[in-house]
Design a binder for this molecule. Sequence first.
Ligand SMILES: Cc1cc2nc3c(=O)[nH]c(=O)nc-3n(C[C@H](O)[C@H](O)[C@H](O)COP(=O)(O)O)c2cc1C
Length: 477
Amino acid sequence: MEPLLSLRTFLAEVEALGELREVRGAHWNLELGAIAELSYRSPQPKALLFSEIEGYPSGRVLTGSTGSARRLGLTLRLGDKHTDESLVEALRGKPSAWAAAARDFPVLPVTDAPLLANQVAGEINLLEFPVPRWHEHDGGRFIGTGCLVVTSDPETGVHNGGCYRMEVQDEGRSVTIAAVPGKHGAQHIDAWFARHGRAPVTISFGHDPLLLALGGTEVPLGVSELEYAGAVAGERVPVVIAPDTGLPIPAGSELAIEGWLRPGRLLEEGPFGEWTGYYSGSRRPDLAMEITRLYHRDDPILLGAPPGRPPHDYSYMRTVMKSAMIHDELVATGVPGIRKAWAHEAGGGRLFVGVAIEQRYAGHARQVGHLAAQLPAAAYMNRYVVVVDDDIDPADLDQLIWAVSTRTDPAEDIEIQRRTRGSRLDPMLPEGATPYNSRAVIDACRPWERLRSFPRVAESDPAYLAEVRARWGEVLG
Ligand SMILES: Cc1cc2nc3c(=O)[nH]c(=O)nc-3n(C[C@H](O)[C@H](O)[C@H](O)COP(=O)(O)O)c2cc1C
């Protein structure tokens, strides 16, 4: 029987939905990445399972795991019949409920798992697996895209699971982990360095994409993503306890490693095609892992999630997760009249957020805009928040641009926040500069004092339109 959070269970379900395609014989060097990239841009991209990869008689790679409402709904245990809109609606309220319930789902240590079929201690070569070189100007082969990096708080023992890019180093003997300072995994690693001079980690490279969605999204500090995953699945997550580090590895993993990070053990990594749609800066040193053990199933499947110019592998997932979380967090502030929030895929689910409100008082729109730009779910790398009236669907870019074009006076309606939380991945950040950014709050609501007198929108009454459509259906098609 497959353990909970097995990627193979997920694949069987996706295949039953008709959303899986097998691709045989692609090359790991650029070709696999290019096929995935073309697929993301197609109208209804399927998940792609690459097998018989050039030069690799065994080992497979999955891309596009969460790229549709049905697949992401399945991943989040919200049902597989959703549209984009209904999925975000179904997700509303869930992240905070799951975070609160996480403690009731402690991980479940097990001693038997398919992952343990093959174990290597000592001489490890990650290039025995078909690790892709995803984009032409990447600095190397990145095994960690859809991975889960597990660390712990040395004081409380609470685990964190984060998704950070990882480049294969030293001819397969090591990997660098590019956790940005301040991310929870990076905080744990720093705390271990300060207390013990080294930091333990385990990493899973193939698992139910629920762990990609949770590891890749801002779950509150102090909440273990593995316990959170248990709350989502309604069952404790079985884990193998790695013997050298004592950290958990999901028993459903395809391929995993354990080992140590040390403050001075750095290797150059990057650049890498990133979620902003640009390569990240230049090659620079990052923490390189001393791998003590490797575990893998037969013919293991790597969970690929390469970013790039949107739409990319996980931009849809990010949009859905962030839209629901931003909406929830706005409502939780107690500010009234919040109708909908949408974190656009074109902005990687972070840079460009639209919020619709029913205006209740003078200053309401600005209040919502400023709050939205600084919510925990949005603060990292937001750049634009556009607030619109509730006759505008903020998920529809055409409607959003129409509101900005016709309901703003640029001299009055664009507010700037400065020295806010940016990222070293920001293509606008000069090399070596401190990662601040600025952000604009665009108030594209009709001015409060002119709500009643603002020119009427030139469109017919919806009831009349429905009547006409019924009468003229043949002409209108
Ligand atoms: C596929 C993928 C790759 C990511 N790569 C990185 C990365 O290299 N560095 C980083 O700091 N965050 C990266 N992120 C974003 C983090 O996973 C995200 O901010 C998450 O909340 C971090 O977890 P933490 O808050 O528990 O540290 C990536 C996310 C995804 C989905």
